[in-house]
Design a protein. Structure first.
Length: 245
């Protein structure tokens, strides 16, 4: 959402974050020049902590876009979090159910309205022992190929020091941690997009997902000052790293 379209709850949440979060964390933000000020865009990020959605949302709001996150439906049943999610137009994801396709339909509608949709291609907090991005699900790539929206990759680092993954644990705010968020240029997907009116093939979705995760991993590597593992990405299905597609 742009500032002009955002509702009062989301707008006031942003004001509260601006007042409170600087007291709790230090920030190093960069790459906002890659985020279009208006129009449809998908922001795809790595996921290292249950705290990092707050940091990414705050970063994007400060950059001028009010993102609509795809988030697991269980969060919408929580008393305060659920109310905020619904009031701010966030999109529930119904995993392993007959409603599993509803989230992409809602995300497509949001993009058609010129909004910013934020996604975690991994689908959950990383299980990689060294916190590198894992193998992706295909949702972000499928959405991008279906809609033609640009995918702007995001890299995050530091939120794991506030709440360590993968479980919900106690929050460690003091001493203040430094949270880094950076954006990269849109991922090149034009050669993978299907002709108008045709759905993307699985091969196109897999190739697009690989490019998206490569871009995210490159940003994370820059924040960490390290190179990603040479033996591939962590695959939760096998509990080990596998060669990247």
């Amino acid at each position: 959402m742009t500032r002009e379209r955002v509702g009062p709850v989301y707008r006031n949440l942003g004001r509260v974050e601006d007042a409170v979060l600087p007291l709790l964390v230090r920030t190093r933000w960069s790459g906002t020049e890659h985020l279009p000020p208006s129009g449809p865009v998908i922001v795809a990020s790595n996921h290292i902590s249950y705290v990092d959605p707050v940091m990414l949302e705050w970063f994007l709001v400060r950059a001028g876009r009010y993102p609509r996150f795809l988030a697991k439906a269980e969060l919408f049943d929580m008393p305060v979090v659920g109310w905020l999610g619904r009031s701010c137009g966030q999109i529930p994801v119904y995993r392993n159910s007959e409603r599993s396709g509803e989230s992409l339909v809602a995300a497509e509608a949001a993009l058609a309205a010129g909004e910013c949709v934020a996604m975690y291609p991994e689908g959950t907090v990383t299980r990689d022992p060294d916190l590198w991005p894992m193998t992706p699900r295909l949702g972000a790539a499928r959405l991008a190929l279906r809609t033609g929206a640009d995918v702007v990759p995001a890299g995050q680092w530091g939120a794991h020091e506030i709440m360590a993954p993968p479980k919900v644990t106690r929050i460690k705010l003091f001493p203040r941690r430094t949270v880094q968020v950076t954006l990269g240029p849109p991922v090149h997907l034009d050669d993978l997009r299907p002709p108008a009116g045709e759905p993307p093939t699985r091969e196109q979705e897999v190739a697009a997902s690989g490019r998206i995760m490569d871009a995210i991993s490159e940003l994370v590597a820059g924040l960490r000052g390290e190179q990603p593992p040479s033996d591939g990405r962590w695959d939760m299905r096998v509990g080990a790293r596998v060669p990247s597609a």
